[in-house]
Design a protein around this ligand. Structure first.
Ligand code: GAP
Length: 440
């Protein structure tokens, strides 16, 4: 069972063990910018790999793309982002602190300076980050960093259809970075200005959208379990009309109980034909689909499951965190990460830093490193080394001792049960390989 954990504990662990650091720290940082460190990048890659496998390569009805981050600005006019991708911004007239009007009580006192009734009227603040292409910084050169990855799936729809020869229903998936000039970023990696989205657009016949919508909601729940995200802390929320994005006529958010409250983890939106129709109208290209069997011609409707990578990362860490009293009576912090997500799969630990033992342990670590990520650690007491591996979620510790020199075997310790098993050195690779490849 995971334990309720504070954000401070998770942020400290993430920093100390190299999951996530404050960005640009040597220059005093940059507010709300975060860098993923050596363990963070592995965990992130493992999440992406598992997602791509589940939703793309293991299916016959899904293909992927990797589109440019900067698209023709007309894309954002057609998608509605130029006109409506905004949050209501208010400013305290006294201290000039800015807030999202929908996140505060505008009749209350300013949280920063305490002044009452000093807020300006809400003004729409567009969240897209602008840049310029080429040497001239004028309107003609203005472009946007994409605020979502979805639009490339619509803009590339006919090319994907023609080249992949897929038939409706089918989906186009992408994992990539998106940028939003959030008014109130915060809560560690929960709300930031650049983040990765894993999402797909699933194209269906208009009469079948409800069936597909329900199916994808179930698959999203399945994914949550597969990641080890606490199902008790995940909740579906039917989003009310007034709170839905401009393109959606049904949305279910999957929320998660973070230490700072229940907030969005993922979203599932029914986008209808909004995007393909608008891109058809704005580009002048026919984006309709003709059914090869019935010859019916129509604009496919779209179901869109969307998954923030950073929020997945955070929910995985929060769900995996556990504390208990260890073998030695001391507090043991354990990240109970599923083995397929763990950044380090096994730690190879010579019991003592003695030449004979190191001469067995190091080549074993080098051999295993060719198969999956391992760490080799010969410093400090064995107890401390176990603690360190528990805290980063390493599922197995492999200890080489004097006996290993006699029986050509090592002790494999299981992170969760702490049970130890003697395994022949010649079999360690297969033994661990099998255990870490499961999603259970
Ligand atoms: N194409 C649909 C779309 O972009 P969204 O709900 O605006 O939907 C997708 O964003 C996902 O990205 C969200 O479900 C959330 O997990 C994540 N996300 C959104 N804004 C974020 C931010 N500022 N920082 C980190 N993750 C964010």
């Amino acid at each position: 069972m995971s334990k309720d954990v504070s954000m401070d504990t998770i942020v400290n662990l993430a920093k100390r063990r190299g999951f996530v650091f404050a960005g640009s720290e040597i220059y005093g940082g940059l507010a709300n910018s975060w860098d993923y460190g050596p363990l963070g990048v592995e965990l992130q890659n493992n999440i992406k790999k598992a997602w791509w496998k589940k939703f793309v390569t293991s299916r016959l009805d899904m293909v992927g793309i990797d589109a440019a981050l900067i698209m023709n600005p007309k894309v954002w006019e057609a998608s509605g982002h130029v006109a409506t991708f905004s949050d209501p911004l208010v400013e305290c007239k006294n201290c000039h602190e800015r807030y999202r009007a929908d996140q505060i009580d505008v009749t209350a006192a300013c949280k920063k300076c305490g002044s009452k009734n000093t807020f300006t009227d809400p003004a729409a603040f567009n969240l897209m980050l602008k840049t310029f292409l080429g040497p001239k910084e004028d309107v003609a050169a203005q472009a946007y960093l994409r605020p979502e990855t979805a639009q490339a799936m619509f803009a590339d729809f006919s090319q994907v259809l023609a080249s992949s020869r897929k038939r409706v229903p089918f989906g186009i998936a992408q994992i990539g970075r998106a940028f939003r000039n959030e008014i109130t970023p915060g809560n560690f990696i929960f709300r930031v200005r650049e983040f990765d989205i894993m999402e797909f657009e699933y194209f269906v016949h208009p009469s079948e959208w409800e069936k597909h919508f329900e199916y994808w909601l179930m698959e999203m729940h399945d994914w949550i379990e597969e990641c080890g995200i606490s199902t008790q802390k995940s909740h579906d929320l039917e989003v009310l009309k007034e709170d839905r994005a401009h393109y959606s006529s049904r949305t279910v958010d999957i929320e998660f109980d973070y230490p700072f409250g229940r907030r969005e983890l993922y979203g599932l939106a029914y986008r209808g034909d909004f995007d393909l129709r608008n891109h058809s109208e704005h580009s002048g290209k026919d984006l309709s689909y003709t059914d090869p069997v019935t010859s019916e011609k129509y604009i496919p409707h779209v179901i869109e499951p969307t998954f923030g990578l950073g929020r997945t990362f955070l929910a995985v860490l929060l769900s995996a965190y556990d504390e208990e009293i260890g073998e030695d009576g001391e507090k043991r912090v354990v990240l109970r990460l599923k083995p397929h997500l763990a950044p380090v799969k096994a730690a190879i630990l010579p019991l003592m830093k003695k030449e004979e033992i190191v001469n067995v342990a190091k080549p074993l670590a080098e051999m295993l490193a060719k198969e999956f990520p391992v760490e080799y650690d010969e410093t400090q007491s064995i107890g401390k080394r176990y603690r360190r591996q528990d805290e980063i979620g390493t599922p197995y510790c492999v200890t080489v001792d004097y006996e290993s020199l006699e029986d050509n075997a090592v002790t494999v310790r299981d992170r969760d049960s702490m049970k130890q098993e003697r395994v022949a050195i010649a079999e360690v690779k297969d033994y661990l390989g099998e255990k870490i490849s499961t999603n259970n």
